[in-house]
Design a binder for this molecule. Structure first.
Ligand code: AKB
Length: 320
């Protein structure tokens, strides 16, 4: 990776990945793109282009203009929004991915795109979900993710594009909020803990899903992209997880630092159904063996850091 084009660079992963890549590879070598510009650090700290990922011609033009050797395609609709707008989700998620793969093929670039725990379905083994297993998702998002993994493999086999991907769990961060996901509760709970000392969860108690703190997710992306290609058997996409939690487990962790924190429930049947169709916990052995995946943050370490960073963020806002 020397010159990197990122789509969806102002989203939850992109906002932080863009800044981390700029630190490592140089500001001018990381070209952030998104459907709209805003005033965030990722948008204003280096090269930025407005790019709608459904416009494949423009994507190739931007890639050629900056002579990129890597395409990181992050722009996508998440699970809950995709369930509300399935046709739009298909067009954006699959159309955007196809354009990004074609761009990588055209400019001979290495390629990364995230898959998700959403690629699994209710017939997948729920605990210690293996790398290679039954994948029959029942959501539009999941259908997109499985098709996307297969498409990325196809581009590797057919055209030799160096495609790589991770099946991300819910990602937790204090920088940019996710939007329209099923695991978003695990981010909101920290914001509400800091602001109001209480949270009403739309996911029910006892519903376990995998999660990971954003710094570990960024490491995983960069480590996978820098891994020796010959060692990769799976490519698209590797199971990765740092913890398996339900709302009660996160609340118990928060209570260690905010003793009066209160958790209540108002379950959203749509997101609950999606969550129940996903695994409880992934097995990350293939990622560990093939490219040395590791994580630093367990639940308590993440909670401590989230609460510290969010408190700073809101104190700064109040005093500023
Ligand atoms: C979502 O909830 O849709 C995402 C995911 C797990 O892919 N955070």
């Amino acid at each position: 990776m020397k010159r990197i084009l990122i789509t969806g660079a102002l989203g939850q992963i992109g906002s932080e990945l863009t800044m981390r890549l700029r630190e490592i590879y140089g500001t001018d070598n990381v070209i952030a793109t998104d459907i709209k510009k805003n005033q965030s650090e990722a948008a204003i700290s280096g090269p930025f282009e407005v790019l709608d990922v459904t416009d494949g011609k423009r994507m190739v033009e931007v890639a050629k203009k900056y002579q990129v050797d890597t395409v990181m395609h992050l722009a996508a609709l998440l699970s809950a929004t995709a369930e509300e707008k399935p046709v739009f989700a298909w067009n954006l998620n699959m159309g955007g991915l196809l354009n990004a793969l074609e761009t990588a093929r055209e400019v001979n670039a290495q390629f990364f795109t995230p898959s998700s725990i959403g690629a699994f379905g209710p017939t997948t083994p729920k605990d210690g979900t293996p790398q290679d297993t039954i994948m029959r998702p029942t959501t539009m998002y999941g259908v997109n993710k499985v098709a996307g993994e297969l498409l990325a493999d196809y581009y590797y086999q057919k055209f030799g594009v160096d495609t790589r991907g991770l099946r991300f769990p819910g990602l937790i961060s204090y920088v940019a909020l996710p939007g329209g996901g099923t695991t978003d509760y695990a981010v909101e709970i920290y914001y509400e803990a800091v602001k109001n000392r209480r949270y009403t969860s739309y996911i029910d108690k006892g519903t376990y899903m995998d999660m990971m703190y954003m710094p570990d997710a960024l490491h995983a992306i960069i480590d996978l992209m820098e891994a020796d290609s010959v060692k990769l058997i799976h490519r698209n996409s590797f199971n990765v997880s740092a913890m398996s939690v339900d709302p009660e487990a996160i609340a118990a962790s928060i209570t260690k630092y905010i003793p009066g924190f209160k958790l209540s429930y108002q379950v959203d049947p749509i997101r609950q159904k999606i969550a129940e169709s996903w695994p409880n916990s992934l097995d990350s052995t293939a990622a560990i063996q093939e490219w040395g995946f590791k994580y630093e943050y367990d639940l308590d370490k993440m909670t401590q850091d989230m609460l510290t960073k969010l408190t700073e963020k809101y104190q700064l806002k109040i005093s500023g």
